[in-house]
Design a protein around this ligand. Sequence first.
Ligand SMILES: [Zn+2]
Length: 254
Amino acid sequence: MGLFNKESCIICNGKTNALTKAKASSGVVCSSCLSLCSPGFIRNIGNKTTTDIKEHIEYVKENQLLYNSFQATDTVGKLFFVDKVNQRFYIPVPAATLYNKIPIVYSFDNIVDYELVVDGESYTKGGASIGRALIGGAIFGGAGAIIGGSTGKRKQNEVIKKMYIKISLKHPYDSYTEIPLISTEVKKGAFIYNTMTDAANKILALLDSMVASEPVAIPSASAADELLKYKQLLDCGALTQEEFDTKKKELLNL
Ligand SMILES: [Zn+2]
């Protein structure tokens, strides 16, 4: 491997272009192979092996099928697409994306939590385990309320530069995904600001409803097993009668 020899791609063995290749742990990957990977995967490609990348490319092919058959039940503009029947969602890939433009289709189960971030500050955070918490007293009501409800440090007529919703994920390839709302300086109260505030409200409400979805019912056989365990805990005094009754109701869907 002399200084002037171009390294070939570890996936396809093709030639690589110095400007568009990426460095993985076992060598370089050409731009056409990168175009088969998701953006979240490419962010972390530095520590991926040839096998990791090949597996990921297979995953992306399957994702393409999910995307092609996606039937949205709820949408917010062109920002957020949700299929409540199959419990899936995706966020369109920005047009400027260098590589794969097919968005990853996530399942509701992938969501850990989500937050609205305005100029680096988290304004509201939600998730299955925490419900929706409002940060800094921000009441997320009508247009303009995001900032108006904050700590009062901010002045009227201020501008904001960046607003997005970040969704943290438990997913093999993406630890998070983002819905970009504002990425250029806008005045509070301007049309784009109001439109995007409104969109943020709708997306957060949708996310709230997505994580609040009914959990899968426990099959009766395992419910009986569980109940037996709780009965033993009751008998040995680890649970009170009241705690046992509560569990029993839960397990038997009473
Ligand atoms: Zn290649």
